[in-house]
Design a protein around this ligand. Structure first.
Ligand SMILES: Cc1ncc(COP(=O)(O)O)c(C=O)c1O
Length: 408
């Protein structure tokens, strides 16, 4: 039993936080995190408090998180470099493995240089550290929170254009002080792709840098799983790419890739990169191995594509998509937060994990279910999910759910 803190400051804080939590609960915004005991090796099954559930919530899009080759790479790095980088990158935490990964990422992403960081959140915060005070950054309305907070941290101002609307983005260039355009390449909550070529044209026309966050595209799209930006013509290639390793690459950490001078500058100056312990060497080794596997095994990407196509065909015309899915994520629009939570709960009752995504992660009134498919799902599992969703989707009166997870 934990003893309650008794100081007046702790009591006041407790009351303030309780009030805020109660308010979130009454608005249907409180999140209940699943506690995963373990996953069954190489499968999307998850064990939650002893219950076996079929997961559609993982960002391990290619099913690599249990790959023995990645685990072996981690084990070798652990033995050679220990469990921690033990220091910030500029103070001795950067190992030969970090340097090798940065060189590999530079080539893989088609940029001049790369900087490895401990997380994608930090990479995005660091990537805008070059902005001048009061700079305006044009953001897609659905950009990830870390992209927006980077602008705040740099003391800039965010202006948001309509989702995936390059013409609206261009119209906002009329105001003075715009220094950057920032977008995800594949949107993590809606699953659709940004109009990258059009945004790159707009940026090139005004000699502005374009920042592209490839978190959900890396591993999934691109000739070697190296994302969407790399396929743009050289004269339209974005100046800044942020890539994360914690999704399809089945690792941890992230990178910023871009012009050598920018990367040198960020390495020296960007607070989220400077004042933090360098990424653990084992995660660096896993990322290197994952990039190799992605290059050698394009079939993983094809299987994922097939599963997504199968799922979309199974629900077509019956359930509302948030957008046309281009990667592994399929969003199903619900609207009200409480309704999304209710459908997610019903799905859990019959053995499926499909998270409800609510504000502030997505705009008010656009709560949805986020179905994340992976190359590790079987056709039967995808079919079962489509049937369960159909059964759990609210109608009046709500029908009893009969769909069950196939135990295969
Ligand atoms: C688009 C996008 N960028 C960045 C991040 C942050 O990455 P990380 O989980 O490595 O901090 C995420 C993670 O949710 C994301 O979806």
């Amino acid at each position: 039993m934990i003893e309650p803190l008794r100081s007046p400051g702790a009591s006041a804080l407790t009351e303030a936080c309780r009030q805020r939590l109660r308010r979130r609960e009454s608005e249907g915004l409180l999140r209940q995190a699943l506690v995963r005991d373990r996953a069954q090796e190489g499968t999307p099954w998850v064990i939650d408090h002893g219950r076996r559930l079929l997961g559609f919530a993982s960002n391990d899009y290619l099913g690599l998180a249990h790959d023995p080759r990645l685990a072996a790479a981690a084990a070798t790095a652990l033995e050679r470099y220990g469990t921690s980088a033990s220091a910030a990158g500029l103070l001795g935490g950067r190992t030969a493995l970090h340097a090798e990964l940065e060189a590999r990422l530079t080539e893989w992403l088609g940029q001049e240089a790369a900087l490895v960081l401990p997380s994608g959140y930090q990479a995005n915060l660091a990537a805008q550290a070059f902005l001048g005070r009061h700079a305006i950054v044009l953001h897609d309305r659905l950009n990830h929170a870390s992209l927006l907070e980077a602008t705040v941290l740099a003391r800039g101002r965010a202006r948001r254009y309509r989702h995936a609307d390059a013409a609206h983005c261009a119209s906002l260039l009329a105001q003075p002080g715009v220094e950057l355009i920032a977008t995800e390449s594949l949107f993590g909550m809606d699953g659709d792709a940004a109009p990258l070529a059009a945004l790159a044209e707009i940026a090139a026309h005004r000699s502005l840098p374009l920042l592209v966050d490839e978190a959900h595209a890396l591993g999934v799209l691109g000739p070697q799983g190296n994302g969407l930006a790399v396929s743009l013509p050289a004269d339209l290639r974005p100046a800044i790419i942020v890539g994360t390793f914690g999704k399809a690459l089945a690792s941890q950490g992230a990178c910023i890739a871009g012009p050598e001078a920018l990367i040198d500058f960020l390495r020296q100056v960007a607070a989220p990169a400077v004042y933090t312990t360098a990424l653990a060497p084992a995660a660096v080794a896993v990322t290197l191995k994952a990039i190799e596997v992605l290059r050698d095994e394009p079939d993983r990407r094809s299987i994922l594509r097939q599963r997504v196509q199968q799922f979309v065909a199974a629900i077509a015309g019956r359930l509302p998509l948030t957008a046309q899915p281009e990667g592994a994520v399929v969003g199903l629009l619900v609207g009200e937060a409480s309704r999304a939570v209710e459908i997610s709960r019903r799905l859990a009752d019959v053995g499926f994990v499909v998270p409800a995504i609510r504000p502030p992660t997505v705009p008010e009134g656009s709560s949805r279910l986020r179905v994340s498919l992976t190359a590790a799902h079987t056709e039967a599992q995808v079919e079962a999910l489509a049937a369960a969703l159909w059964a759990c989707w609210p109608r009046e009166p709500v029908p009893p759910t009969t769909a069950r997870v196939p135990q295969a």
